[in-house]
Design a protein around this ligand. Structure first.
Ligand code: PLP
Length: 398
């Protein structure tokens, strides 16, 4: 008998997005004339920018002619894209060689696949509330998970302490779902901790392009000592609208070794065994993101989402409701008013003002009593949702 991986039986069903779909579906069935203001989505709403579209078209044409046709691409990424990404890091003051950059089909793929590099006996630290894939990918691999709950008291940015016994540490900054961003000093504390314990940090930087405060780190490699303890996982999904086009990149420094094994070399071996590279066409589109024109255009799109964030933050300020995020991240994490539970607040907003967000409890137990708004919706819907929030909760407060 082929024995299946029985750790899959340990996975807890995630009811979060299923429940949201069920509840909104039922509401629309009962109220077919109503429009929903969807502030829960983690997907982008703006199309790819012109520079990317032009590069994609040109790459398709390349594939039509014998002289410019590309077959299999190098497994770890096309040199033109690896170099473009290393150049992007150089602008942030981070020196990388192109062969420390690995092109991927997206951060989700990497967050799971990267675990191949680690023994099953490792303990994994997940700071919660968290992006659900961190926990599930490790449950599937049968690893022990230590949950580190964050709270309003620490700004949803927990610090390391001696009670932590983890070998692999997930850090997501800017954070999904809280929008909180580690300062340089706070992140340095985690880098120092990881080096001391010989742990490895998996740094999820999917939202780095949303950082607007100069003092905050975009990359963990801006910090001293990170080259010997961290892997950085990035994505063009939210930065450049590649959610459906699929492209990401991962940085594994050559200085990162454990127990005599070099993780950069191991990942080269992994990729050359398990993939045949990312499509030439998509990599050409991705390279356009890192041109001056591409950067200008993606930041114009990011500004649209940032204006949405501003509209929602102003509404919460008007209402005197506590929140974090929004400024350096596309998510706003608010305290539910009047001690409401997160699903209770979800139902209340759906019924009263047709605004849909994401209950915090879906990101870990310590998210109960909180609620996430995404800023990726349309400006029109965001403005109307904010207006409705103020009208409803202002009336309640008064
Ligand atoms: N990491 C975080 C924190 C995310 O929020 C997401 C997507 O929402 C991802 C990774 C996955 O990104 P990708 O689309 O590149 O797989």
């Amino acid at each position: 008998m082929a024995l299946p991986n029985m750790y899959y039986a340990d996975l807890k069903d995630s009811y979060l997005f299923y429940n949201i779909a069920q509840k909104t579906g039922a509401y629309l069935e009962a109220n077919p004339d109503k429009h929903l203001y969807r502030m829960g989505i983690g997907d982008v709403s703006l199309p790819l920018c012109d520079a990317v579209i032009k590069a994609l078209h040109e790459a398709v044409d390349d594939q039509a002619a014998k002289e410019s046709f590309h077959g299999y691409m190098p497994e770890c990424g096309a040199p033109f894209l690896r170099e473009a990404i290393a150049g992007y890091y150089a602008q942030k003051g981070v020196a990388l060689s192109a062969d420390e950059v690995f092109v991927s089909s997206g951060a989700s793929d990497e967050l799971g696949d990267m675990l191949d590099l680690f023994d099953r006996s490792n303990t994994v630290l997940v700071m919660e509330p968290a992006y659900p894939a961190y926990v599930d990918a490790n449950v599937m691999a049968g690893r022990k998970i230590q949950h580190l709950p964050a709270s309003r008291e620490n700004g949803f940015l927990p610090a390391p302490d001696e009670s932590i016994q983890a070998d692999i540490i997930y850090i997501c900054s800017p954070n999904n779902p809280t929008g909180a961003v580690f300062s340089r000093d706070q992140l340095q504390a985690w880098v120092d901790f990881a080096n001391k314990k010989e742990a490895v940090i998996l740094f999820d930087a999917a939202y780095e392009a949303f950082i607007e405060e100069d003092t905050l780190p975009h990359s963990i490699f801006e910090l001293e000592g990170a080259r010997t303890c961290a892997i950085e996982i990035c994505s063009l999904s939210k930065t450049a609208g590649f959610t459906g086009t699929r492209l990401g990149y991962t940085v594994i420094p050559k200085d990162l070794s454990r127990n005599g094994m070099n993780l950069n070399a191991m990942w080269v071996r992994n990729r050359t065994t398990k993939t045949n590279g990312v499509s030439y066409i998509i990599q050409k589109g991705g390279a356009a993101v890192f041109t001056p024109e591409g950067q200008k255009q993606i930041h114009a799109n990011i500004q649209v989402y940032k204006r949405n964030a501003k509209v929602l933050m102003e509404a919460l300020d008007t209402l005197g409701i506590w929140y974090c995020g929004g400024k350096n991240a596309p998510y706003i994490w608010m305290k539910c008013p009047d001690g409401m539970g997160s699903w209770e607040f979800f139902d209340y907003l759906l019924k009263e003002i047709q605004v849909v967000g994401t209950p915090g409890e879906g990101f870990g137990a310590c998210g109960e009593g909180y609620f996430r708004f995404s800023t990726f919706g349309s400006p029109e819907d965001t403005k109307e949702a904010a207006r409705r929030l103020v009208a409803l909760l202002g009336k309640k407060e008064g």
